[in-house]
Ligand binder design. Structure first.
Ligand code: F6P
Length: 550
């Protein structure tokens, strides 16, 4: 499927051409690129749905972009993309199709896995979710004592938490404010304790979200939640049916936990955990925002799916973002990538992207299991922009590291305040535009001197500039725009994994820690001898037990 021979990506002609081009370009100056091509700020842009993408402030020329597209062609990105959309089993280490795109396909689409069309099942579950969400929102779904549900607590972790929790925050202004919706993920009991301490159990619904229904953190929290509910309600097991629903692929385990499988909303093994919040995993979100807005969000996803599938390479936004990441990670040694939203509602967006990107592309062997000789996924980080400006932007502006960054902003506020002459949103967005300008063009020593700065301070006040950024600007934050943004990043991650020839859809790297935790647990609780425990960990366990008074 992939045109490169395993592990030899860096020996392809396309890669070597980029290497040579990088050396010939030397240090590209954004000031010079703009001076040579003043129309660059209009030319280096793309429109996808509601998203305007400006990539003019990147250290690239037309030739760079051409060579990067050739790399995509040579590494079989388009063939792999088409195979994904067709439902082929491109997750080879787990022998699974990768079909999150089917979750947002229209009702009349036909997408087959092993010869069976999955679209009717997808819509059947969406319909059941919608009916359930409407019943909860309308107060028709009542708890064990007959009271309507006013609180929804989603218990899940990783993809069964980050997606719905992020989207709930993003779309908070579209939620039913009469409902309290919380997300519990950490096996630290503090998380569940704080989430339920002020809730009335008679009005609380727990949504247990776990693809496998074996994840220890989730099952432990779900068990504690059940204990809390039954104790507080002074009720028996029969109360569970009214207060617990499950989102899972594993009906057997759901039943074993005691949840009626009539109250289970299913999804399928071809939906990866970190690609799942537009499946049944989004139920808490759907209850919060309502089925109609959830559908709008899915339509936004679908719009970008279609764009990725059909747009020509030179106008394909996920392809472009993926290629720019390759340019910095593989040809400029950038180690990280910052995502900096200028919207408070997107405060958890980067945390969500961390799993999407780092669990997908944090790999060091290729599809055939051979070690790769090139850098793969970057460290993804960031928080809402203006807060970052007063924390870590100093390092981006004047530190020694190259940190490509995405700036995401919206022209129209969800809520605007105007305490004085300037609307708060204009102030926010003035910062948004100022930062990418400062990062790109900096401030030369001459400009600093011209301000009358004493000579000894000139180096300190000089900004080298040339820090690359992408600006993503949309008119307004809506459910559809959120879907568009997430799909844009999903497909960007796909493009990079395809080029690096790694399996972006498995996550074996999280397994070892899980196995060791199970093994260490009896040492903590019972002081059991754990065979093969290394001396450092053994000493730490002894110290822990001493602190615990055991
Ligand atoms: O972190 C590993 C992982 O398997 C993720 O991929 C997944 O999103 C998360 O655990 C939760 O898994 P589950 O939904 O099966 O509980």
């Amino acid at each position: 499927m992939n045109a490169t021979s395993p592990s030899r990506l860096d020996r392809t002609a396309a890669w070597q051409a980029l290497d040579k081009h990088r050396q010939e370009l030397g240090e590209v100056r954004l000031r010079e690129l703009f001076a040579a091509h003043p129309g660059r700020g209009d030319a280096y842009t793309l429109q996808v749905g509601d998203l305007h993408l400006d990539y003019s402030k990147h250290l690239v020329t037309d030739e760079t972009l051409r060579l990067l597209r050739e790399l995509a062609e040579a590494t079989g990105v388009f063939a792999l993309r088409d195979a994904m959309f067709r439902g082929e089993k491109i997750n080879t280490t787990e022998d699974r199709a990768v079909l999150h795109t089917a979750l947002r396909a229209p009702r009349d689409a036909v997408i087959e896995v092993d010869g069976a069309d999955v679209v009717p099942e997808v819509h059947a579950v969406l319909d059941r979710m919608s009916a359930f969400a409407d019943r909860v929102r309308g107060g028709e779904w009542t708890g064990h004592t007959g009271r309507p549900i006013r609180n929804v607590v989603n218990i899940g972790i990783g993809g069964s938490d980050l997606g719905p929790a992020m989207a709930y925050e993003v779309l908070r202004s579209f939620t039913d404010r009469a409902l309290t919706v919380r997300f519990v993920s950490n096996v630290d009991g503090a998380d569940l304790h704080e989430a339920v301490r002020d809730l009335d159990p008679a009005e609380t619904l727990f949504v247990i979200a776990s693809k496998t229904f074996t994840t220890i953190e989730t099952i432990t929290n779900a068990t504690s939640a059940r204990d809390w509910l039954l104790t507080e309600l002074r009720a028996g097991q029969e109360a569970v049916a009214k207060h617990f629903v499950a989102l899972s692929t594993n009906a057997e385990k759901v039943a074993a936990f005691g949840i009626d499988t009539d109250n289970m909303f299913e999804f399928w093994e071809w939906v990866g955990g970190r690609y799942s919040y537009d499946s049944a995993i989004g139920l808490a979100l759907m209850i919060a925002i309502g089925p109609e807005r959830f559908r709008e969000m899915l339509d936004g996803f679908h719009l970008v799916d279609e764009h990725f599938r059909t747009a020509p390479p030179e106008a394909n936004a996920p392809l472009l973002l993926g290629l720019l990441g390759i340019w910095y990670g593989n040809f400029h040694d950038a180690q990280s990538h910052a995502v900096l939203p200028y919207s408070h509602y997107l405060s958890r967006f980067t945390a969500y992207l961390q799993q999407l990107d780092m669990e997908s592309n944090g790999k060091s062997v290729d599809r055939a299991g051979e070690p790769v000789d090139w850098q793969t996924g970057p460290v993804v980080w960031g928080t809402p922009g203006t807060n970052g400006q007063h924390a870590y932007y100093q390092l981006i502006h004047q530190g020694t590291k190259l940190i490509p960054a995405d700036f995401i902003g919206f022209a129209n506020p969800v809520h605007d305040l105007q305490p004085g002459l300037i609307a708060q949103h204009d102030l926010l967005m003035a910062n948004f535009f100022a930062q990418t300008q400062a990062l790109a063009f900096g401030k030369t020593p001459e400009e600093v001197r011209a301000e009358g700065t004493p000579e000894e301070l000139v180096p300190h006040k000089t900004f080298r500039g040339n820090h690359p950024t992408t600006t993503i600007l949309a008119g307004k934050l809506t459910p559809s725009v959120l879907g568009q943004l997430v799909a844009l990043y999903e497909h960007k991650v796909f493009v990079q994994g395809a080029i690096w020839n790694i399996d972006s859809f498995d996550q074996w790297g999280v397994e070892l820690g899980k196995v060791l935790a199970k093994r260490i647990e009896p040492a903590l609780t019972e002081g059991a001898e754990v065979p093969g425990l290394d001396p450092s960990t053994r000493a730490l366990v002894a110290k822990y037990r001493q602190y615990r008074g055991r």
